[in-house]
Every structure is written in structure tokens, then in C-alpha cells.
Design a protein around this ligand. Structure first.
Ligand SMILES: [Fe+2]
Length: 414
């Protein structure tokens, strides 16, 4: 059990005034109590539906005139990912500007926006902005805001230690690389994370990010070839069991979904590894030892890649936007246990391996037949009726179509 405020130990500098101030801060409660994590075990969601998805980044002007202006300053955090941006107010962006934001997030993987008014916009406007990037995923187990299941709340203070709850006390470190809810059929794309209460700058609570694009590029061409066409199973089961065990909600029955080990981004066409130790469980078609062997190698590879990782830092007003299809991330549990850290994620779905990147149609027998370029290296046939998917057949990798393997035909009723 986490210690109470009365049990707090002195902080390392031994400054009793600082300790008193921190205790007072904790007693005051969160700055934004509306977003205090809310758990209702009776809250239930229907299974996630499949939908057609077009990434807003595909509509963007590559010059980004509606996003970046003369007052904007940008600072790249590393060559491979991460850009810090000042002089842009996300809340003031036009639809064209939001399209360009999607493209910029895909290009730079992680954008750290400073001095945003986003946290003060109110829930409806926050959700409206995030919806521009896709239907917002409602988390099956985490804390949300009462009446607003679109919010995924991240919260820690002296009495609530999520790191300890999830990872236990038996870990040498608290790093936990993952891509958010990668078990979903249509996984998160352009993701928003806004901070409400944060540790003082330099005292911890950063988010670690890594580029799964650069991680893929570092592999030899022969190894890359071996990975292409492989699929991995991602599972929500452990997360749901954990929530049940601690008396938390399971709002939707846990799903398990296959995704390609190498994904192709729908806007940039970049290839990225798409496995993570948080939710990926095995390589489809491999025997247990083979799967463990390969996944262990890939997890080690991304975790050791300090030269394609960054830290996103937080100040009041910071909003971090990242592309969950191209990155993995981890919280850091390095800040003092008396400090409150409170943040909210909005998680628009960003398509899945069955979704179209590009679509061309032509008529056959009075119906529109679509040739569809998919996100991954599978092919198949899909039948849609009144915008609802009624039949889907997927074929594994067709080596004879190497280079254009991600083609798909499906029928659409008028
Ligand atoms: Fe996360």
C-alpha cells in the first residue's frame, strides 16, 4: 500500500521547508479535479467496430502553412524523432492545420508543444479536436473522467502509486516499453497527451520515446526480409485480468489481434517495427521457443537503442502529440513519491492492417470494385454492405507479388 502523507520521508536535500511545501501541495488536491481518475465497474462498452479510416495527414500540405508560421520556433530533440514547438496554439488550428499536424507528427514521430491552453478548453472541445484524427478509443480498464470515457487519465500522488500497482516492487527498473492498446483491431494513430500537474522541471516524470522506424532501419536487409510478412499476436487479456484482480472495471471483453511485425505508415509509407513487450505475446505460426527467441531479440534491440530514443519533458501547458504506429514509449517512475503527476491522453484510432492506404475503384456488374493498398503485407477480399463490413478473407503474403504485395480487392455495395 502506498504511504500516507503523514508517513512521508524527507526528500534527499533534507530541506524541511521543501518537504512542508510538497505536503501542502499534495493536501490541496489536483489542480484539475474534473480529470481525477474515475472507475465504474458497471461501465460497459460494446465490442469495437471496424470502420474505414483515412488518415488526415494524407490531406496535408507538406509545406504546412496552416501549422507553422513566422512566430513558430521548432527544435529537433534528436535526428530520428522528437521536435519541440513553440508559437503554435493547437486550439487555434484550422482543419487544414490539424491535417498538417497529423503529417508533422508522422514525420517527426513525437511533437512537444509548449504553452498550450489545451488543458483549459473543457472536455467537449478537447474531444472535438482529437476526433479530427480518428474516432477516440475508450480504454477498457484505465481511469477515465466521469461522463467522459474518451479520456484516459494518468495519475500519481503520495497515495496513488500506479507504478507500484502495475509493476510491483520486484523490478530493478520501471521502464515498460509499449505502444498504447496495440491489441485493438484499429490501433492508435496521432495521440494527444496533456499535462495538468507535473513534477518541477528536472525532477523526473519524463516520457521515454523511441522510433520504431529507425529500429527497423538498423536491421540488416536480410533480417528485414525475414520479418516482412510475419504477424504477431497482441493481447488485452493480462491487462483485463489485472484490473479484475484489483476490483477495477473491464468495460469491454479483452481482445487479441494479429498485426504485422512490420507496419507501413499510411501517410509517409515508412516501415516500422510493431511489436512491444507491453502487449505483444507471440509470433503467429512460430513455435513457442522460436517466438520467444525472436521477440526477445526485438525487445532488446529497441530497449538498447539509446541512439534512437528521446525523453519528452513537461512544463505547465505542455501537450505531447505522438504517432503510436511509429513509436514505443515508457513512463519514468523516477520522481519523488510525494509529488503529484496528473495527465490525460486522448487516443484517436489510426487504422489497422486491414485498412486502405490508397484506394482505386472501377465498376463491375453495377458494383464498385476497389483495389486497395493495405497497411501491411497481406492481401484479401472484403465485402462491404451499406458501409458495414460483412465478409472478409485475408491471404498471407504472396511472394509472387513481391513489391506490390499489399494489394487487396473488395466489393462495395452502392
Ligand atoms: Fe502509454
Amino acid at each position: 500500500m502506498a504511504p500516507s502523507v503523514a508517513d512521508l520521508q524527507p526528500v534527499s536535500n533534507g530541506n524541511s521547508d521543501a518537504i512542508s511545501n510538497l505536503k501542502e501541495e499534495v493536501k490541496k488536491g489536483p489542480s484539475y479535479p474534473f480529470y481525477f481518475p474515475y472507475f465504474d465497474v458497471d461501465e460497459k462498452f460494446p465490442p469495437t467496430e471496424i470502420f474505414e479510416f483515412t488518415d488526415p495527414g494524407t490531406r496535408a500540405d507538406p509545406a504546412k502553412p496552416h501549422l507553422l508560421n513566422a512566430n513558430t520556433t521548432t527544435h529537433d530533440i534528436s535526428p530520428y524523432l522528437g521536435t519541440e514547438i513553440s508559437g503554435v496554439q493547437i486550439s487555434q488550428l484550422s482543419p487544414e492545420g490539424l491535417d498538417e499536424l497529423a503529417l508533422y507528427a508522422a514525420e517527426r514521430k513525437v511533437l512537444v508543444f509548449r504553452d498550450q491552453d489545451f488543458k483549459d478548453l473543457g472536455p467537449d472541445r478537447q474531444i472535438e479536436i482529437a476526433r479530427h484524427f480518428g474516432p477516440i478509443q475508450k480504454h477498457p480498464t484505465s481511469g477515465n473522467a466521469k461522463g467522459y470515457p474518451e479520456f484516459h487519465v494518468v495519475y500519481r500522488d503520495a497515495d496513488h502509486d500506479r507504478f507500484r500497482e502495475y509493476l510491483g516492487d520486484d523490478r530493478a527498473n520501471r521502464t515498460s516499453w509499449h505502444s498504447d492498446v496495440s491489441y485493438e483491431k484499429q490501433t492508435p494513430g496521432t495521440t494527444f497527451f496533456f499535462i495538468l500537474d507535473q513534477p518541477e522541471p528536472g525532477t523526473g516524470g519524463d516520457t521515454l520515446f523511441l522510433s520504431q522506424v529507425e529500429a527497423y532501419k538498423r536491421l540488416s536487409p536480410e533480417f528485414q526480409k525475414r520479418l516482412e510478412g510475419l504477424r504477431a499476436l497482441h493481447s488485452a487479456v493480462a491487462q483485463a485480468e489485472h484490473s479484475r484482480k484489483r476490483g477495477g472495471p473491464v468495460r469491454r471483453e479483452p481482445v487479441e489481434t494479429e498485426h504485422p511485425v512490420v507496419r507501413v505508415h499510411p501517410v509517409t509509407g515508412e516501415k516500422a517495427l510493431y511489436v512491444n513487450p507491453g502487449f505483444t505475446r507471440r509470433i503467429v505460426g512460430y513455435k513457442a521457443e522460436e517466438s520467444e527467441y525472436l521477440l526477445k531479440f526485438l525487445y532488446d534491440h529497441i530497449a538498447k537503442g539509446s541512439d534512437f530514443q528521446i525523453r519528452a519533458t513537461y512544463k505547465p501547458g505542455t501537450v505531447v502529440v505522438w504517432d503510436n504506429r511509429l513509436t514505443a514509449h515508457s513512463a519514468t517512475g523516477d520522481f519523488d513519491k510525494v509529488v503529484r503527476r496528473h495527465a490525460v491522453r486522448l487516443t484517436p484510432a489510426g487504422g489497422g492492417s486491414h485498412c486502405c492506404m490508397r484506394k482505386r475503384s472501377f465498376p463491375i456488374a453495377g458494383r464498385a470494385v476497389y483495389l486497395c493498398i493495405l497497411y501491411d503485407l497481406t492481401s484479401g477480399i472484403k465485402l462491404w454492405f451499406k458501409n458495414k463490413l460483412v465478409r472478409s478473407m485475408t491471404f498471407r503474403y504472396w511472394p509472387q507479388f513481391k513489391g506490390i504485395t499489399h494489394a487487396q480487392l473488395f466489393l462495395v455495395s452502392d
